[in-house]
Design a binder for this molecule. Structure first.
Ligand SMILES: [Zn+2]
Length: 165
């Protein structure tokens, strides 16, 4: 049985690595909280495999642009599904393919995502509890430090059973 990558991209590992990065992006943006989309795009553009041929650069662009723009729409839909309301917000346009430099392609998607995130945040108000939860999740040390230094009832770390035996 042949795969889509046979003879075109050469190494099926390239396609699988690209698909895995896209799948991780989809998982990352399914978290409905401030910053999730832009963090997902940053991870995506940083994790995609190196496109060292023109064919791979074209496949890279197709995958990156497709998953990022569809993800932007899904991110917006999830926001209103979770927090109500609706609006006419539209994602900015992502420039069409005009280079086969993989580095430039990744940069274009990253820059587009920054603009998208700014415009999205300007037009949508995250609930305070969601913003606070996202902040604590990203900075768990702040919560631990606060609990251990200011609250006498805070739990004290106990040595594990493995350490005492
Ligand atoms: Zn909206």
């Amino acid at each position: 049985m042949s795969s889509v990558s046979d003879g075109f991209l050469g190494d099926p590992d390239y396609v699988h690595a690209l698909a895995a990065a896209c799948q991780r992006f989809v998982g990352a943006i399914s978290i409905v909280e401030p910053g999730a989309f832009i963090r997902g795009v940053r991870s995506l553009t940083g994790e995609v495999p190196v496109a060292d041929t023109m064919a791979r650069a074209m496949v890279l662009w197709t995958a990156l642009s497709g998953v990022a723009t569809r993800g932007a729409g899904a991110h917006h839909d999830l926001f209103h599904r979770c927090f109500g309301g609706s609006c006419g917000f539209r994602s900015p346009w992502l420039q069409s393919l005009d280079t086969l430099s993989a580095a430039v392609l990744r940069l274009r998607v990253a820059q587009w995502a920054e603009v998208y995130a700014r415009e999205f945040d300007a037009g949508h108000q995250w609930p305070s509890a969601v913003r606070a939860a996202a902040l604590l999740r990203r900075q768990p040390w702040a919560c631990g430090t606060l609990l251990s230094s200011r609250m006498p009832w805070a739990p004290v770390a106990r040595p594990s059973r493995e350490a005492s035996s």
